[in-house]
Design a protein around this ligand. Structure first.
Ligand SMILES: Nc1ncnc2c1ncn2[C@@H]1O[C@H](COP(=O)(O)OP(=O)(O)OP(=O)(O)O)[C@@H](O)[C@H]1O
Ligand SMILES: [Mg+2]
Length: 419
């Protein structure tokens, strides 16, 4: 049976919604509909005006559903926030029945042990990714189920997030009548469609640069080692253009998107709208490109410092793979490659089995929302979408049993009231 998924990527500038249908073999996603609206009521990962925020989501979902010709309410939500915190930690359990095969239950127990090493106050675990399991202090494995061992240890990457942030996001989605099956960090979603296993094994940094957040994920030896969210992002370029040229924000955004080219040394002059008057003024294209280069250098500095602070000693041969709207800045990779010769820079391309219009699939803005579909596909192990996505140990959602029970009740109440 085919399964449909509603993916909602919540960004500072855009809310992008995609509806995908996963085939019977759980192998291919057919992108049935996609739509994007300007975000209102949400800034830097925080809901600041609930009603406006909910209207923006509804608007995008309605349009995606019209595009797809179907209605779907099981939603996977993508977001990012500078308030997330990630850590690599360990867990360990000793098994009484060492002669019995390791089960999913054992895996859950050892991951619970890793989680218990964190003392969370007003925060919740958003994701836990096992990096490797060690059996009896000797054998390193990635999938221990079915093996024998007395002691299981795990190294895991855990991402946490303030509880209030998660609950407010979740509340908005539930109030709209959708069923939030998982909340996924932006770069986790994007990495699931952009990065190959080989790239992760060699060492790669995925960076989604949106309007206000830089979303970073570092993979080495095949597993995720570091995640972080930094500010500012593309908005800082727009703001700087607006301030320097004394032009409206909308005009600055237009110049950045349409006229800027980081590898262009053209000396021509552009006519632009002036601030607070209907008159036009002249600016030099070279000045525009110089400002954009300076801000991009700052953004790259933020990424480099973040990676240096992880204290990894490994080289990262695949370099940086970009996605997000700011990755569309003309000449970005060429310019960075000319300045930093030791690191490869590339725009990410979809490496997952997703069927859809080429221009939609190849748009770096859509990496996160398509990644949400792929993430959901990989976590659905049966037709029972909701329960399975919660139970999967490797990439499970934030919702514990109590929260799930509450969600179920709220959804039932909403349905009873309105249908
Ligand atoms: N062609 C382009 N050249 C340069 N920048 C662009 C281009 N197209 C879009 N952008 C910039 O990309 C940013 C929006 O990207 P995106 O849609 O990925 O952000 P978002 O997901 O809404 O924000 P965030 O993830 O930070 O919350 C804006 O700053 C916009 O100006
Ligand atoms: Mg984004």
């Amino acid at each position: 049976m085919e399964k449909n998924i509603l993916a909602i990527d919540i960004g500072t500038k855009h809310i992008t919604v995609a509806i995908g249908s996963v085939d019977e073999n759980n192998a291919q996603i057919n992108l049935m509909g996609i739509a994007s609206t300007i975000t209102k009521g949400y800034q830097n990962g925080v809901v600041i005006h609930l009603e406006n925020f909910m209207n923006s989501i509804k608007n995008a979902v309605d349009r995606a559903q019209t595009d797809a010709g179907i209605t779907e309410t099981n939603a996977v939500i993508g977001f990012s926030s500078p308030e997330i915190y990630s850590i690599n930690t360990q867990g360990v359990i000793n098994r009484i029945k060492a002669n019995q095969e390791i089960s999913e239950n054992d895996i859950q127990n050892v991951l619970d042990s890793a989680k218990s090493s964190l003392h969370l106050i007003d925060r919740e675990i958003l994701h836990i990714f096992p990096q490797k399991f060690i059996l009896d202090d000797q054998i390193e494995v990635t999938e221990p189920i079915g093996m024998l061992a007395k002691k299981i240890s795990v190294n895991a990457h855990i991402i946490t997030c303030p509880s209030s942030l998660l609950h407010n996001l979740q509340r908005a989605i539930i109030k709209l009548g959708y069923n939030p099956t998982a909340l996924v960090l932006n770069q986790i979603a994007a990495s699931s469609v952009l990065l190959t296993k080989d790239q992760k094994k060699l060492g790669v940094i995925l960076v989604d640069i949106g309007a206000s957040t830089i979303n970073i994920a570092l993979f080495i030896q095949g597993y995720i080692w570091h995640t972080s969210v930094k500010i500012p992002a593309g908005n800082i370029i727009t703001r700087d253009l607006a301030v320097n040229f004394r032009i409206p924000f909308a005009e600055a955004e237009r110049l950045k998107e349409k006229e800027c080219n980081l590898i262009n040394n053209d000396e021509s002059v552009l006519k632009v709208k002036a601030l607070g008057s209907r008159q036009e003024k002249l600016i030099k294209l070279a000045d525009l490109n110089n400002i954009c280069r300076a801000r991009i250098k700052e953004i790259i500095d933020i990424i480099v410092i973040d990676i240096i602070n992880t204290n990894i000693n490994e080289s990262i041969p695949v370099g940086i793979v970009f996605c997000g709207g700011t990755a569309k800045l003309k000449g970005l990779c060429e310019y960075l490659s000319s300045v930093i010769k030791t690191t490869p820079f590339n725009i990410g391309h979809i490496n997952a089995n997703i069927k859809g219009r080429k221009e939609v699939i190849n748009n770096p803005n859509n990496a996160a929302v398509l990644g949400l579909l792929e993430y959901a596909k990989n976590n659905i192990k049966s037709n029972d979408f909701t329960s399975k996505i919660f139970n999967n140990y490797s990439e499970f959602s934030i919702f514990n049993d109590e929260v799930k029970y509450k969600i179920k009740n709220v959804i039932t109440n909403i349905k009873e009231k309105f249908f």
